[in-house]
Each structure stands twice: as structure tokens, then as C-alpha cells.
Design a protein around this ligand. Structure first.
Ligand SMILES: Nc1ncnc2c1ncn2[C@@H]1O[C@H](COP(=O)(O)OP(=O)(O)O)[C@@H](O)[C@H]1O
Ligand SMILES: Nc1ccn([C@@H]2O[C@H](COP(=O)(O)OP(=O)(O)O)[C@@H](O)[C@H]2O)c(=O)n1
Length: 216
């Protein structure tokens, strides 16, 4: 089974995807890390993030085994990722590896912005995780504080709003729910509550598929 989790920044999609993957014994890919890595390498090399050709070259040569998650989670990396992710050439360079991961034997869980719409439109389960911007900013602010990065709450909220607008407004693979996605609003749900709702959706869908298979 392919489980596609999409949603805006700090909505809790990564936390949910990891928990679903552990529960079902499926491999998990946080696709945001790919774009963060491209942004990071471009900045390390002093390249212009708006240079679509140079950043697409980096994306083509990206070694997924070398993704250093701790270095990629910083505040400025989310912004850099969002800039390079708007280049169609960068997205194209990262497409095959994500599709292969999604379609491996036994299934997978992927989280990002375009999993249900572009990477795995045939996924058996699509969940679009969302929450109010100020709640997402509070979560991200706490997370950054724990990392020792201490921007103000207002700065984190401004980052999130800016990234939402860029991600939803780009022409190629914009952030939006697939027509058949379940919307999971976690504004009033903690991580356990979000997991319980998602688990009920996934187990309900597999039972439905079992029933359809049994009757066909
Ligand atoms: N439902 C939730 N309620 C409160 N905090 C959450 C919830 N889901 C995730 N978090 C926390 O919020 C932060 C962002 O979550 P994360 O899963 O990384 O979001 P995303 O992958 O959407 O950016 C993390 O510190 C995580 O532990
Ligand atoms: N499948 C994906 C995943 C991320 N991205 C981009 O990468 C950026 C960082 O993604 P992320 O998932 O690591 O960010 P958070 O939601 O964790 O803050 C996003 O703002 C998107 O611009 C994308 O375009 N497509």
C-alpha cells in the first residue's frame, strides 16, 4: 500500500508519516529533505537559489544516502528548499527517485507537497494534513527552540506564511490536496490524536479494499 501524506509547513505530516510507517512496517521517505538538501548544497557552493540550471544539476546528482537530516532541519533550509522547489527542472530531476521509492514492492509512506497529486496519484491512501498557521508556527517555533535556534515567534509565523504562498502559488506541482485526499485538520489534535484519526482512515480503506476484492 502507498500512503501519501501532504500538507503545509509544520502541519505534522512528517510526524504522522513516520508513525504510520512504523505501525505498518513500511519504508518512509520525507521528500522535503530532498529539496532541503538541494538548497543546502547550493548555499554551501555560493550559488544563486534562483538559478534553475545550477540547482537542477545538484538535484540530478543528489545522493539520498547522504542526507544529513540534522543539518537540513534549520530554519533557513526550509526557505531555501521552497525557492529551489519552484523550479520545474529541479522537480523533474527528483521525480524518478521518489516514484521508485513509492512503487517499491510492499508499499511505502511518503510525505511532502505533491505526493498524492504528482508522485503517486494512484496511492491507496491520501491524507492532506493541515492546521491553522499560528498553530503551525507555534509547533515549528518550539521545535527550533529545542534545536537551539531561537527566532521570534513572529519571524517563524512570517516564514510559514511566505512559504505557504510560494508553495501553493507555483505553477509546477503546487501545494494542494488531491481531489481524493482526506483532509486531516490537526489544529485541535495532538500528535497521538492525529495518528488515531489517520490509522482509522488507513485501516478502514484496507478493509474496504479487502471487501471489494472478496466480492469481485
Ligand atoms: N498534532 C500535533 N500537535 C502538536 N505538535 C505536533 C503535532 N504533530 C507534530 N507536532 C510537532 O510539530 C513540529 C512539526 O511537526 P512535523 O511533523 O515536523 O511537521 P511537518 O513535517 O508537517 O513540517 C514537530 O516538533 C512535531 O513534534
Ligand atoms: N514533495 C515536496 C516536498 C517539499 N517541497 C518543498 O520543500 C520545502 C521544504 O519541505 P519540508 O516538507 O521539509 O518542510 P516542512 O513542511 O517540514 O517545513 C517546502 O516548503 C516545499 O517548497 C516540495 O516542493 N515538494
Amino acid at each position: 500500500m502507498i500512503i501519501a501524506i501532504d500538507g503545509p509547513a509544520a502541519s505534522g505530516k512528517g510526524t504522522l508519516a513516520r508513525r504510520l510507517a512504523a505501525h505498518f512496517g513500511l519504508p518512509h521517505l520525507d521528500t522535503g529533505l530532498l529539496y532541503r538538501a538541494v538548497g543546502r548544497i547550493a548555499l554551501d557552493r555560493g550559488l544563486d537559489l534562483d538559478d534553475a540550471d545550477a540547482t537542477a544539476d545538484i538535484a540530478e546528482q543528489l545522493d539520498v544516502a547522504e542526507l544529513d537530516e540534522a543539518r537540513l532541519r534549520g530554519r533557513e533550509m526550509g526557505e531555501a528548499a521552497s525557492v529551489v522547489a519552484a523550479h520545474p527542472k529541479v522537480r523533474k530531476a527528483l521525480l524518478d527517485l521518489q516514484r521508485r521509492f513509492a512503487h517499491q514492492r510492499g508499499g511505502a509512506v511518503l510525505d511532502g507537497r505533491d505526493i498524492g497529486t504528482v508522485i503517486a496519484p494512484g496511492a491507496e491512501m491520501k491524507i492532506f494534513v493541515t492546521a491553522a498557521p499560528d498553530i503551525r508556527a507555534r509547533r515549528r517555533h518550539l521545535e527550533l527552540e529545542r534545536r537551539g535556534d531561537a527566532p521570534s515567534f513572529e519571524d517563524v509565523l512570517a516564514d510559514i506564511r511566505k512559504r505557504d504562498i510560494r508553495d501553493a502559488g507555483r505553477a509546477d506541482a503546487p501545494l494542494k490536496p488531491a481531489p481524493d485526499a482526506h483532509i486531516l485538520d490537526t489544529t485541535a489534535l495532538d500528535a497521538d490524536g492525529a495518528f488515531d484519526v489517520a490509522l482509522a482512515l488507513v485501516t478502514g480503506a484496507s478493509r474496504g479494499a479487502g471487501a471489494r476484492n472478496a466480492s469481485s
